[in-house]
Design a protein around this ligand. Structure first.
Ligand code: PBG
Length: 331
């Protein structure tokens, strides 16, 4: 069709940085970010994590310095992964995790919000997220939930602001909520790993926490983590966790599962968190190291994508850069 009008329809909105900023439908804030922290009882000085540039496993002493630096960079929310020195089949000792939380809250008080991961994979000799039966062929749901509830109450007592169960047992959110409430920890929130998939992308994390499954019995986590082939299971699990009392619902990994985030957003009013996991982070770092992309811009693009799909809270190993990177982002 012949017309006197300019052929431009959408490109006027893309013409310069000012108009791109004005018309952006996604606004990011570093205040929505959570920084993961690893603390290992068995090491005497901090060590690097294979594949995770800018991330270290701390000692109980060095984590205080890490947090101090992070606060200076604008981080106020943390997710703790405590790694105990001794591994067992049952009868776990949670003293180390409790001491880490106590020490952090003593030093930083309400300047920080800290949730602790609750799972048994870094406690067990076999690396599974719960207690196995004698021949290691099955993970025992109820026994595991009892231990996780007890563990959660110890962390709450130590001062944790949030409990983040990542084990994927059935019924653990309700059991933990009941236990916390019965002991007077009503104010402690639960961030449930609600839609946690059985994923390849946890590799660098398992390396850092010595938590890969290693038994001749159950050889992977497929009997408790969600199959990537089953979107309905993810939605059902998340809505079930909401009913049981979860305050925040997490989807994990993040970038391969934005369809789940978008679907869940339609079905719940709870805040949604997305965990950009170790393998996803390492993929960006690996490409950046080869000069094939810009690290900072790639992380930003990831965060924008998560936000666009309905994510309220982002858990990223690069959260400590969020304020600086978002502040100078060129749109
Ligand atoms: C523990 C746990 C895992 C992660 C968080 N909590 C690993 C797993 O399930 O094997 C992965 C986080 C990451 O890869 O960054 N169950």
């Amino acid at each position: 069709m012949e017309t006197n009008f300019s052929p431009l329809t959408q490109r006027r909105l893309r013409a310069g940085e000012h108009i791109r900023e004005l018309t952006a439908s996604v606004k990011l804030s570093h205040k929505s970010f959570i920084q993961p922290l690893f603390v290992d009882e068995a090491i005497s000085s901090p060590r690097e994590v294979n594949g995770l540039k800018g991330v270290q496993v701390d000692t109980i002493q060095s984590v205080l310095h890490t947090i101090e630096q992070d606060i200076k960079s604008g981080v106020t929310k943390f997710l703790l992964f405590p790694v105990p020195a001794g591994k067992k089949e049952k009868g776990f000792d949670f003293t180390f995790a409790v001491n880490v939380i106590k020490q952090i809250k003593e030093q930083f008080g309400n300047d920080v919000w800290i949730a602790s991961d609750v799972c048994l994979c870094s406690y067990t000799t076999h690396g599974h997220c719960g207690i196995l039966n004698d021949d290691h062929s099955q993970l025992l749901n109820s026994k595991t939930v009892d231990v996780l509830s007890h563990y959660s109450s110890l962390l709450a007592n130590a001062g944790a602001d949030g409990i983040a169960p990542s084990d994927m047992m059935d019924g653990r959110i309700g059991a933990i909520r009941n236990k916390l409430d019965a002991l007077g920890y009503e104010q402690v929130s639960i961030m449930s790993y609600a839609a946690k998939f059985s994923s390849q992308f946890y590799g660098p994390f398992r390396d850092a926490c010595h938590s890969a499954p290693n038994t001749n019995g159950l050889q992977n986590r497929k009997s408790y983590q969600i199959s990537p082939f089953n979107a309905n299971d993810a939605i059902a699990s998340a809505l079930r966790d909401e009913k049981e009392g979860a305050d925040i619902l997490m989807v994990k990994p993040a970038t391969l599962y934005t369809d789940i985030i978008a679907r869940l957003k339609q079905q719940t009013l709870k805040p949604l968190a997305a965990y950009h996991v170790s393998g996803e982070y390492a993929a960006i770092e690996g490409l950046a190291e080869k000069g094939l992309l810009d690290r900072e811009a790639a992380h930003l693009e990831t965060w924008v994508a998560l936000s666009r799909s309905g994510t309220d809270i982002i858990i990223s190993y690069a959260s400590r850069h969020a304020k600086e990177w978002i502040g100078r982002a060129s749109l």
